[in-house]
Structure formats: C-alpha cells, structure tokens
Design a protein around this ligand. Sequence first.
Ligand code: GTP
Ligand code: MG
Length: 369
Amino acid sequence: MISLNGFAKGQVFAIIGLNWGSEGKGSIAEYFASLMSMGVRSGSANAGHTIYYRGKKFVMRQLPTTWINPYATLVIGRGSVISFDVLQQEVQQAEAHLPIRDRLYIDSKAHVITSSQIQREAMSDLGARIGSTSARSHEGIGEAMADKVLRSADCVQAKDFPELQNLGVVCDTVDLINIALDGGQFVLLEGTQGFGLSIEHGEFPFVTSRDTTVTSLAASVGIATHDVKIHVIGVTRTYPIRVAGNSGPFADDCKELEWGELTRLAGANEPLTEATTVTHLPRRVATFSESEFLRACQVNRPTEIALTFADYLDYSLHNQEYPVSDQLEMFRMRIEYLAKTAPVTLIKTGPQVITDYDDYRRRMIEKVG
Ligand code: GTP
Ligand code: MG
C-alpha cells in the first residue's frame, strides 16, 4: 500500500538547469528565496548565479542565493567543494546587507580546495582541451574532485579547515536538512550548471566533474528523493549557450549562431552578446535543441518549467513584465508539448524581470470564463 507519510513532511524545491548552464538559475532561486526556510547549495565555484538584491547585482558562486531572505537558514552541503577565498568574499559582501555568519552552516565533510590543487590545475591543459572555466580562472576544482576520488592525502575536509569556522558553523548538515524536512519546512536546493554538462549524461570529455541531475544533487546533500516531496523547477533558455573556447558540441539538432545572427533574429535594437559570469569570456550560443531538452526532462522529470531569455525570441519583449507575442506563445506551447506534464510557470524577459505565468494564465482563464 502506498504510504502518504513522506508527503506530510517538508518539501524540496530543486532548481535544475536543462541546457548547458547559464540558464538563469540564480534569478529563479532569487524568486523562490522569500518562500523558503532553508537554502542549500552544493557544487563548487565554477558556477556563478547572477542575482539582484535591492537593485544591486551579486554573483553567487558559493553562498546560497537564499541569503537574500533574512529568515532563511543557509547550508553549504556535503557534496560541495569549497573555494575558501570565494566564500569569504561572498560572506563579506552579503554581510554588508544582512547578517550571514550566524545562519550559515557548512558541512563538516565538504571538501576545501588546497593551494596545491589550484597550482596543479593552473598547469593542466583542461582550459585549452575542454574549455574548463575552473582551469582558466585557476580555481582547482577539477583537481580537488580528482583527489577526492583518489582519496589522496592532499584532500582537506571542512572539519579540518579551522578558518571556515569564522564564516559559519561547521557541522553535520545532513542532519540539519533532514530535521528541517521532518519539521515540515520548505527547502530550496540550488542546482548549478546544466544537464548537458553532466559527467554522466553530457558529451564527454566536454563536461563538468560531477553529475548535474536533480537526483545526484539531492543525494549529494543527503536528501532521499523517494521519500521527500521534490518540486523540480527545470530552467531552460530559448537559445542555449556553452562557455567560451573549445567547450564541446551542442546537440545535433541545434545550430551554433554568431551573436550578430541572433541579434537579427530577435530584431534587437542593440547587439546581443553574453560573457561568462566567472571568466568574462564571450559565450557560445545556439538554437534550441529539442533532443537535449527531451533527454533533460526524461532524466530530471521537472514538475514545472521556468523559461528564460524569452526576450531573445522577440526583443520587443525585453524587460516586459507581462510578455505577449506570437513567437513566445508558439515557443511556450512547444516546450509544454515536449515537457509533457510540466507546465511553464515562470517566464523571464530580462535579468531582473520575472512573470508568474501560472498566475497570469489562471487570471486570463477566469476573465474569459
Ligand atoms: P550557472 O550555475 O553558472 O549556470 O548560473 P545561472 O544559471 O544562474 O546563470 P548566470 O547567472 O551565469 O547567467 C545568466 C545571465 O543572464 C545573468 O547575467 C542574468 O542576469 C541574465 N538573465 C537571466 N534571465 C534573463 C533573461 O530572461 N533575459 C536576459 N536578457 N538576461 C537574463
Ligand atoms: Mg553562471
């Protein structure tokens, strides 16, 4: 018999990138933050979530975006590989606005990147060979992950890195997260990078050093997916990107574009271009891939979709709060057809604009009905 016990517990809202990263997961996390009592981040500093707090831009590489909710507990989960300097800087920046250290919990078994790992990665060919952003900006993430797998003597865990105690409480965060869930709390799980970058599912070797699926993300911080209600908010762009350089192929059914071509397609009155959040190099852009999206949905089973970069379909929608256009409507229907049971609930038309499309649709139906 099916037990409903698990669903009486707290709920997880997981934000998952369905393309090759930079889907705008940060701004979706920003939207959810105020509803959550806990924000959990795993992964490492090779991802950068761009958010706006009171009109000021922040790029969160290590600290959960949920910090913008002053009542939320912040967790750097067990599967994290921490760049101490990055975390310290982000805590200091955020602290200029809200208290952080007394509500930040860092898992004692998370790994901390060492200077030897940074030096080794700086000498590696990862940047040239697969476009690794970590290798380009000398962060040592790949080396730290490799050392972890090899159980090398070079590894350092958070419990053995006393400086971390100045930034937050170093403890067993698996217990903390599960106690919160058993107590009925809402937990935001802030995924990084994208499905196409997964070491298991992406185009090897042009992948990141971890699996980026929702199941692996939940497991990496100690959440049992079969017994906890998980809302999977799949974030997709209209035109996916990959990082600069030799970063690997897009899918067979999409075409790589020049930024000038996309500017013309979108009818933009200013040149469209994007630079990588961490390395500031120009991103590569392509048309939407149905095959990649289908696979991302098959593996992650999103329960709802956040559609970002709607302004690239038709630039007259840029920064529009209630975007209406034929191109957007066609694209939204295509996404919902492909995603099967996951509706598009959020639409973005600019860095700081988000529309609750679900609510909008409901109100339209009420009006017509
Ligand atoms: P990663 O984990 O590094 O992949 O981060 P991310 O998914 O949070 O994305 P990131 O912040 O690196 O990149 C998204 C960029 O696009 C940021 O500069 C956002 O401010 C911007 N952005 C987000 N949504 C939109 C949108 O709908 N339209 C436009 N034009 N820009 C957007
Ligand atoms: Mg980013």
